[in-house]
Design a protein around this ligand. Structure first.
Ligand SMILES: *Cc1c(COP(=O)(O)O)cnc(C)c1O
Length: 365
């Protein structure tokens, strides 16, 4: 069986260095907000072409701390994509802001910029765009809409470390960008971790305080902050792994290029092939009207798949107040998507096996 993702294999090339770095922290006697984090924040800001990087506890908090720092009035409306992981929307809700769901473009499956403006009201304060599956949203259009309407743009780039949009690095385009370093992401820690990148000095400083109880100076609290810090062991591990990100993404792009060129069945919908070398290819998401049959076929052929995601946010029990919404493009996507294995440790042989397995799918309609 070719596993969807094997974290042991993913981390194997740098395991020695990870062990060394972790041991260094264990023996240092300094575990939170120290020089490992400082070094990572500097390197990751540089990597993203951003002025600042602020490490936080996870990707969910990265989004939440950006929104908290903007301090929008309660009941402000925040535009969010309907096709995303629930973590993109939860922070909007727990800050008592109102998520306004916008349908995706049916080809890219990312928020449809053409549908954003119709949802803007005098209460709208921000657009959260999600670079889902590793592809950047249409940022020139989205930034233009935001500037004309005086809105902030927050990118959820939890799946898009190292992606580009028109030669700009994701992390340098929106007013603020949230990253997750959950172990399965393109850049993954060995536990929870996240970060915010921005070139807004005031925002970066405020998030630095907010992640640490709102404390500017020890025991002096200017804000009602939270505890959301990226610990030294995870920072040290990320310092080891960051130099591998570009070569890992290059391998992902090569595999995506092969899938796009060699997967044949005509009733399968493949992701768009226009940005192979800009996309971070966190996931390779294909669509079929009989997903269950395709998943069963691939399973029998020794290929483990996954579904990202089976139930949209507005159909979740946690969002009972949104259950009445009808978002047909989003619902269709959730019924049809299946993700093929795509990660830097797949061998050429495994990639061929996956392609042959997909190509031998007989298509019972
Ligand atoms: C993983 C992920 C998150 C959340 O990151 P955590 O570190 O698990 O909190 C948010 N948004 C998207 C799109 C993700 O894939």
């Amino acid at each position: 069986m070719i596993p969807f993702l094997d974290l042991n294999e993913i981390n194997k090339p740098c395991l020695g260095a990870i062990e060394e770095a972790s041991l260094r922290v264990l023996r240092s006697g300094w575990y939170i907000l120290g020089k490992e984090l400082q070094a990572f924040e500097k390197s990751f800001a540089d990597y993203c072409d951003a002025e600042y990087c602020v490490g936080v506890a996870n990707g969910l908090d990265a989004i939440g701390l950006i929104l908290r720092a903007y301090d929008f009035p309660e009941d402000s409306e925040i535009i969010v994509p309907a096709n995303t992981y629930i973590a993109s929307v939860l922070p909007v809700s727990y800050l008592n802001l109102i998520p306004v769901l916008v349908e995706p473009d049916p080809v890219t499956m990312l928020i449809d910029p053409g549908q954003i403006e119709a949802q803007i009201t005098p209460q709208t304060r921000a657009i959260v765009c999600v670079d889902l599956y590793g592809r950047s949203c249409e940022m020139d259009v989205i930034m233009d809409i935001a500037n004309r309407n005086n809105l902030k743009v927050v990118t959820d780039a939890a799946q898009a470390h190292g992606a580009f949009y028109q030669n700009k690095k994701v992390g340098s385009i929106a007013h603020a960008t949230a990253f997750s370093f959950y172990p399965t992401k393109n850049l993954g820690a060995l536990g929870d971790a996240g970060a915010v990148t921005t070139s807004d000095t005031e925002l970066a400083e405020k998030i630095q305080y907010l992640r640490n109880y709102g404390s500017k100076e020890r025991y002096k609290n200017d804000y009602q902050g939270v505890n959301s810090r990226l610990d030294e062991i995870q920072a040290a591990i990320l310092n080891v792994k960051l130099p591998f990100l570009d070569s890992d993404n290059a391998r992902r792009r090569e595999i995506a290029r092969r899938y796009l060129a060699e997967i044949k069945p005509e009733n399968l919908v493949l992701p768009p092939a226009d940005r192979i070398y800009e996309d971070a290819w966190h996931l390779f998401v294909i669509r079929h009207t009989n997903r269950a049959a395709l998943v069963h076929h691939l399973d029998k052929a020794g290929v483990q798949t996954n579904v990202h995601y089976p139930l949209p946010v507005h159909k979740q029990k946690a969002y009972a107040d949104l259950n009445h919404l009808e978002l047909p493009i989003t619902e269709k996507i959730h019924n049809q998507v299946v993700s093929l294995p795509l990660n830097p440790v797949l061998t050429d042989q495994e990639v061929s096996h996956i392609i042959n397995a997909v190509n031998s799918f007989e298509n019972p309609q």
